[in-house]
Design a protein around this ligand. Structure first.
Ligand code: NAP
Length: 230
């Protein structure tokens, strides 16, 4: 059992937190406001969950999940995350996030922006390419034929091992896409982004009608990563 800290507890943060609690972990939740604003979510998650400040969540955690808008990444505390594994879920939508030159130019990836902000932490990109609803529904125990891999990328082998073990504990295998710089392969717009987990009940004409999702196979995800074109 580990303690998982959350900087951001919205759609994807709350979903990962719920899976983490179900996987036997403690979770420490934070957002941009007073911890009391997260008391309802912490109560819903039960005694393994508590609300805190960003700094406290970072301090208490073995692994921290950063799951906030790109424009807020500079608010992520640096000092308490030194030496720690940090999972980044972020995506770039210029329509939502405003134009960010280095991302428009595709010279670096979103997770590299966080890694530059946290030079002494070990950033692993994960969860960005699956819709929160599918993530919540597709978790399966090890050995289940319907268990699906999630794609990860990162520069530190030990951190990727830690994230792989965490994913295992919450119902997912891991598929290593390589270094953090390779993270663009499962970014928004690429074949591995969302589509492998879209089930037959998804309405392709309506972004909000995501359906219940489906397990993607390792081969499908590997083919999607290889087909990325940037
Ligand atoms: N939604 C999905 O299905 C999905 C899937 C994969 C990846 N992602 C990506 O993950 C990221 C988060 O997405 P989301 O859908 O979970 O967003 P969301 O529902 O809007 O939640 C954002 C969270 O970030 C918090 N936050 C904002 N500014 C903060 C700050 N300065 N410090 C700490 N917390 C802050 C918000 O807290 P307040 O309420 O206090 O502002 C909220 O808890 C985005 O980059 C998104 O593209 C989303």
């Amino acid at each position: 059992m580990s303690t998982i800290g959350f900087i951001g507890a919205g759609l994807i943060g709350a979903t990962v937190a719920r899976l983490a609690v179900q996987g036997g972990h403690n979770v420490v939740l934070s957002n941009s406001r007073e911890p009391r604003t997260l008391l309802p979510l912490a109560a819903a998650l039960g005694p393994q969950a508590r609300a805190a400040s960003r700094g406290e969540a970072a301090e208490a955690a073995d692994i921290v999940v950063v799951t906030i808008p790109l424009g807020a990444l500079t608010d992520v505390p640096v000092e308490p995350l030194k030496g720690k594994t940090v999972i980044d879920t972020s995506n770039y939508y210029w329509q939502r996030d405003g134009h960010i030159d280095v991302l428009d130019a595709r010279s670096i990836t979103t997770s590299q922006i966080l890694a530059d902000h946290l030079p002494e932490s070990h950033v692993v990109k994960a969860f960005n390419n699956i819709n929160f609803k599918h993530l919540g529904l597709l978790a399966r125990p090890a050995g289940d034929p319907e268990r699906t891999p999630l794609v990860i990328a990162g520069d530190d082998a030990a951190a990727k091992e830690q994230v792989t073990a965490f994913l295992d504990s919450i119902g997912y295998d891991a598929l290593d896409a390589g270094a953090l710089a390779e993270g663009w392969r499962f970014d928004n717009g690429e074949p591995a982004y969302g589509k492998p987990y879209l089930g037959p009940d998804a309405d392709p004409t309506n972004i909000l009608a995501m359906g219940n999702g489906q397990a993607a196979t390792r081969a499908e995800l590997e083919a999607a990563l290889a087909a990325a074109t940037r």
